[in-house]
Design a protein. Structure first.
Length: 223
């Protein structure tokens, strides 16, 4: 697939923020900036062992404060990952993050250290959602597209219009999430690429419908 190469041309710098979440509880994410001191082994252990949960999630964020250039790569530590130990998963993810790698090299290292094979972004997108970042399930995402659906700008506009709490939000910026291996049929983890979706407006953010459609057309039509 050409998606990673195309995306990497748009991402000029290394990831500036990493965050971890448990079972999709993004509102409670452990957020770490590249300017923060690297968490210690003890801090990692305290986080990993603090709750009962099924899946641990990592997100690498580029251009956190620039709406037009913000990208997010999400990887779920599920059965598709060779690294099953949660403490080592966090340690390795942080090591990759603090390495300040290019997008392509970061993906390669996650594949090598976490997944165990070349896998991320190598297969067709299976589902697309639009939601408020770190409020994916408290606000609720819009189901924008599923495998087999036609891609219609009019349908996209209508889906956004009937969800005003997602279309405009003061909670956080919105993200358009392209989901890979949603059905778990491939030999690797469920993972997501989130692309620029919105612009700052007043005290919050507003979805740019044209940008959503252009991103979807580029990502989904390439399947």
């Amino acid at each position: 697939m050409s998606f990673p190469k195309n995306i990497s041309k748009l991402i000029k710098n290394s990831s500036g923020v990493i965050q971890f979440a448990k079972d999709g509880k993004y509102e409670e994410s452990w957020i770490i900036s590249i300017n923060d001191s690297r968490p210690t082994i003890e801090e990692i252990k305290n986080y990993v062992e603090a709750d009962n949960y099924q899946k641990l999630i990592v997100e690498y964020i580029w251009n956190q404060d620039i709406d037009e250039e913000r990208y997010v790569l999400t990887v779920i530590q599920d059965d598709g990952c060779i690294e099953k130990d949660r403490n080592k998963f966090v340690e390795k993810c942080l090591g990759i993050f603090y390495g300040e790698l290019s997008f392509d090299d970061l993906v390669k290292q996650i594949d090598k250290q976490i997944v165990g094979r070349e896998f991320l972004l190598q297969h067709p997108v299976q589902r697309v959602r639009l939601g408020v970042f770190n409020h994916w399930f408290s606000v609720g995402p819009i189901e924008m597209w599923d495998t087999g659906d036609d891609l219609s700008k009019e349908v996209i506009e209508q889906k956004i219009k009937v969800r005003p709490e997602v279309e405009k939000s003061n909670l956080n910026y919105q993200g358009l999430a392209f989901i890979y291996n949603f059905d778990g049929s491939l030999p690797g983890p469920y993972h997501i690429l989130k692309t620029p979706t919105c612009h700052k407006k007043d005290e919050g953010w507003a979805v740019d419908t044209d940008l959503v459609y252009e991103n979807m057309r580029g990502m989904v039509k390439g399947n």
